[in-house]
Design a protein around this ligand. Structure first.
Ligand SMILES: Nc1ncnc2c1ncn2[C@@H]1O[C@H](COP(=O)(O)OP(=O)(O)OP(=O)(O)O)[C@@H](O)[C@H]1O
Length: 647
């Protein structure tokens, strides 16, 4: 009996021990489970939070719902991992690849540059606007992909790529093909301006945005910069707002020819963006005039500096030179210094005439010997972008003020340069502050828009690109992250501005940064497109001899010819090798002249353009500034429209 007691005790002990172990195990397990649950919950909350911020706000918008949403995996396999073999081209906002979807459909996939805010905006624009459009003249948007930070858009594939690739290469388009393309683009614009409600302004009409299908019918693409014409913009009449009562005679009918020099009081009223185009007026200038505010410098073959012109305001040239020395390279312009001679007109001559020449009439010099070159063109344009009153970078200059005031000390090169820079600012203030105030521009907003530093950075990058052998025959596109590869004509970022849109030479003069984008802005670009299609060359293109510099600016050259030359001189030499429709070519050039008028309201509207191209309507009266006969009011009032067609 006594021997049983210890055994029962040990049994009790072991049961208790087991229970403790089970309890501990259960506690540990449940704690682990609870911990895992809590961690999962935290992860889930974190993930959904992150996921939500990465989802495009447009995801729930009706346009998105209508469009097909592709997965990144799907597009990745369609393009074979975005392989080089499928690479089509690079634009200002992304890279385009050819792809084959699972259903066998051929598509073009554009991968937007993910780092850029502009890319996000362009993505939303493209999807919201293009996603809504259905027309045989507009490239179809098939779908999109949003994957974390990646943004992709899927378009119908256009086998013959862009018009640019046909116009500026060895391949050639015959006259009929070119004319049909013009008609198609005009119908695309007619659809956008007249059939869409609200109207859509494309904002970037140019050859690389005209895509060609198998039959070489054209479709307008790239709505990244496009804009819906919103309510407050209806009826906005930019020019009558700003210029009425300031131009001689006040009304349009009595206003001077667009190209006629204005006196200094009226010149202040002209939109500073006129300089953007540098599309000089057709009015010949009898005196060779350098921009009174720019001393122009070139280097001859031996590296010796040629100095052209003087500075009324004392400087700015070094600054401009330092900053933009390579722009002629960037534009692919070769200079034959023999063409560059000293202008005979000095600033004092300029004062005598009482006319401000800046931004006007400076490109083309009547006697053909004092032409300025594209460097000046770019300088003038750049100058127009550098609004000192609103550009934070100009403030740096204050640092040099003390140095400037210390006149006893000899100036070093840097000081001289900055002094000129400051004078340039003052001049700019003088020239443009009025306009800015008149337009009630929110200066803070503009300050953000004119980020010179970004421009400088980009300029350096572009220069590097140039050194790396990238084709310098380029168009300047006001877009971010332009890194097209060497086989492609690439766009270049000049500003981070949100409203500065379009492509240099194609953008209308009134649209210089912050004015309204209106239908007539597209009409201007269409005018440039006509000339480019007819001539088969870029709007700004300087070749070494035998082409003279006066022909470098296509628009100016066309305006010159309109005043007494043969418009058919503009026609692409490749077309001249065989028969082409000369009547149609003349009609096109005259139509271009009408579209290129500086006053937007004088440009024909797209409905009329389509009718004119179809032969259903006569050309409008050619602006008397382009008339071969001396400008007179009676010409403008001529009853016979056809008589005014320049031939
Ligand atoms: N749907 C398409 N089908 C075939 N090729 C296309 C299509 N879309 C674009 N491409 C090609 O890809 C190139 C790049 O197009 P993208 O629209 O990105 O830039 P871009 O129009 O050349 O320049 P930017 O964006 O600066 O205006 C075009 O020049 C064109 O040749």
């Amino acid at each position: 009996m006594p021997s049983r007691q210890p055994s029962s005790f040990s049994h009790q002990q072991s049961t208790k021990h087991r229970a403790t172990i089970i309890f501990i195990v259960i506690t540990v397990f449940s704690s682990i489970l609870i911990l895992i649950g809590v961690l999962y919950l935290i992860y889930y909350l974190w993930y959904s939070l992150i996921h939500r911020t990465r989802t495009s706000p447009l995801d729930s918008s009706p346009e998105f719902l209508k469009l097909h949403r592709y997965s990144y995996k799907e597009l990745n396999s369609a393009t074979n991992g975005f392989s080089d073999d499928n690479y089509i081209g690079k634009g200002g906002s992304g890279t385009v690849y050819r792809g084959i979807l699972r259903n066998g459909k051929l598509v073009a996939v554009k991968m937007l540059d993910s780092e850029s805010l502009d890319a996000e905006r362009e993505f939303q624009n493209e999807v919201q606007i293009l996603g809504e459009l259905e027309s045989q003249f507009i490239v179809s948007l098939l779908g999109y992909c949003v994957d974390k930070r990646k943004r992709l858009v899927v378009y119908e594939y256009m086998p013959n790529r862009s018009l640019q690739e046909w116009l500026f290469s060895d391949r050639s388009l015959n006259w009929e093909g070119r004319f049909d393309i013009l008609l198609d683009v005009s119908r695309a614009l007619e659809f956008l301006h007249r059939e869409c409600d609200p109207p859509v302004i494309h904002g970037d009409v140019k050859p690389s945005n005209v895509l060609l299908d198998t039959e070489f019918r054209a479709k307008l693409a790239d709505f990244g910069l496009s804009k819906l014409k919103t309510e407050p913009e209806f009826g906005v009449d930019l020019f009558s707002q700003d210029l009425s009562g300031t131009l001689a005679g006040g009304g349009v009918g009595d206003s001077p020819a667009i190209g006629t020099p204005l006196d200094s009081s009226t010149a202040n009223e002209v939109d500073f963006a006129l300089a953007l185009q540098a599309s000089s007026s057709s009015t010949p200038v009898n005196n060779k005039v350098a921009s009174p505010n720019l001393k122009l410098r070139f280097t001859n073959e031996k590296g010796k500096e040629l100095s052209i012109g003087n500075l009324e305001n004392g400087g700015g040239d070094d600054w401009i030179n330092n900053k933009f020395t390579n722009y002629d390279d960037d534009l692919g312009l070769n200079f034959d210094n023999n063409h560059i001679r000293e202008p005979t007109m000095t600033p004092s001559d300029d004062r005598k005439t009482g006319k401000k020449q800046w931004g006007k009439d400076w490109w083309w010099k009547q006697d053909g010997s004092g032409e300025l070159c594209s460097k000046d063109y770019v300088r003038e344009w750049i100058g127009s972008q550098m609004c000192p009153s609103v550009n934070p970078d100009w403030d740096d200059d204050k640092n040099f003020e003390s140095k400037d005031s210390n006149e006893n000390k000899p100036e070093n090169e840097e000081q001289t340069s900055w002094k000129r820079h400051r004078k340039m600012q003052e001049w700019w203030k003088e020239e443009h502050l009025d306009e800015l105030t008149k337009k009630k521009v929110d200066k803070k907003k503009i300050k953000r828009k004119f980020k010179l530093s970004i421009f400088r950075k980009k300029r350096k990058q572009n220069h590097r690109n140039n050194e790396n052998g990238i084709d310098p025959n380029t168009e300047f596109s006001f877009r971010k992250n332009s890194k097209k590869n060497s086989e492609d004509v690439f766009s270049r970022e000049l500003s981070s501005t949100t409203s500065m849109r379009g492509t240099l030479c194609y953008v209308a003069p009134e649209y210089g940064g912050y004015s309204y984008l209106i239908e007539k802005t597209d009409i201007y670009s269409f005018g440039v497109l006509i000339l480019v299609i007819v001539s088969g060359r870029r709007p700004l293109h300087v070749l070494s001899s035998p082409m003279k510099l006066e022909k470098a600016n296509l628009i100016s050259w066309c305006r010159q010819l309109a005043q007494g030359g043969d418009l058919l001189e503009l026609v692409d030499e490749r077309l001249k090798e065989s028969e082409y429709n000369k009547t149609q070519a003349i009609l096109c050039v005259n139509l271009a002249l009408a579209c290129l008028q500086k006053m937007p309201e004088l440009r024909p509207d797209i409905g009329d353009i389509v009718k004119i191209l179809k032969g259903e309507m006569d050309l409008p009266v050619v602006p008397f500034e382009f008339s071969p006969s001396p400008p007179s009011k009676s010409v403008g009032k001529s009853k016979s429209k056809r008589k005014n067609v320049v031939e």
